[in-house]
Design a binder for this molecule. Structure first.
Ligand SMILES: [Zn+2]
Length: 334
């Protein structure tokens, strides 16, 4: 029996986010990205990098004044241009909280009051999206065709629909089918979204429309058991969390964590830290169920030694089974 070949997308959110004072971009962004790419290069595999364009924009704004930021800016752009020259794909990632952040000469002062585009009015959201898109696109040869909303907060899609169309960005890869979360910063509910590998839509990403302009390529979901979060919590309490990632994400809210400790919750399949331990098993399950597309996420700031080992093992498994790492631009969506 011929098995079906799965298109695998490895998507990385290339972002700084909350940098701890004393930390630096080599440690939390540049080096982990190179470490990953070294592994991909062994197999000639390509990834998709969703670049936090607001961060780049903010660096550009302050770089004349601060030599350190000038240096960060140059390093990041050099790396990204190298990635593009190697056949990796650049996508747009929007974290609009950069609108309210500033650099005080020592560190970024982060304000998360307006964390998602919905925290702005529609005109502001449109202009932020376009400003970031133009700034990012300016530096790259290939047309940017894909978008991922910051913090998974895509809704309501009407906030970005026109801007995406105008920019010619027709792929969204934000949705995690089945996931939902609400906190002071975040808000999304993907419980009623199609449980498909990809679909077309026009106005509302939760509604399939075969003639729609947009394509949703969701982050492949799996259900992590409560035990994963209990283990994480216990390790934290006993300071045994040895593979500490290099960067920081927003901590889940108290109720968010309680929910994860009590119920099986849908989560995006990821190569971040110890989440990467579930990658291969999750893939094997999708393989068994006959899926054709598999979209993995990751954040260089959250890579650990587990990440590199697990992604290498994963690639070897997929090669032996005849599956293929792909980019969005090289894919054909019927
Ligand atoms: Zn992000």
């Amino acid at each position: 029996m011929k098995q079906n070949n799965i298109n695998i997308y490895l998507t990385l959110d290339y972002e700084l986010f909350l940098l701890k004072p004393g930390n630096n971009i080599d440690f939390s962004l540049i080096n982990p990205t190179f470490d990953l790419v070294r592994i991909l290069n062994k197999y000639q595999y390509k990834a998709i990098f969703f670049v936090d364009a607001g961060y780049l924009f903010a660096l550009n704004k302050y770089k004349e004044k601060y030599a350190k930021l000038e240096n960060d800016y140059t390093k990041i752009l050099t790396q990204l241009k190298y990635l593009e020259s190697q056949g990796h794909e650049i996508g747009l990632h929007v974290h609009p909280h950069w609108e309210d952040c500033y650099y005080n000469g020592l560190e970024w002062k982060v304000n998360l009051k307006r964390f998602k585009l919905f925290d702005f009015n529609k005109e502001e959201a449109h202009s932020i999206f376009f400003k970031y898109y133009n700034f990012l696109q300016f530096h790259f040869q290939n047309k940017i065709i894909s978008y991922r909303a910051g913090g998974w907060c895509l809704e309501p899609f009407s906030m970005v629909k026109d801007a995406m169309k105008e920019a010619g960005i027709f792929i969204d890869s934000t949705v995690v089918p089945g996931a939902f979360y609400k906190s002071k910063t975040h808000s999304y509910d993907y419980r009623k979204f199609p449980q498909k590998d990809y679909w077309r839509f026009s106005e509302d990403p939760s509604m399939i429309n075969e003639d729609g302009f947009f394509i949703e390529i969701p982050c492949s979901p799996h259900k992590l058991s409560q035990f994963y979060y209990w283990e994480k919590l216990i390790n934290k309490i006993f300071h045994k969390f040895q593979h500490r990632p290099n960067g920081e994400a927003i901590k889940p809210s108290f109720f968010g964590m309680i929910k994860k400790l009590m119920f099986k919750t849908a989560d995006a399949i990821s190569i971040d830290a110890n989440k990467s331990n579930y990658l291969l098993d999750s893939f094997k399950l999708k393989e068994k169920l006959g899926h054709q597309y598999f979209c993995i996420i990751g954040h260089p700031k959250c890579f650990t030694s587990e990440t590199y080992k697990n992604i290498d093992d994963f690639i070897v498994y997929t090669i032996n089974r005849g599956h293929l790492f792909n980019t969005f631009s090289k894919s054909i969506f019927k």
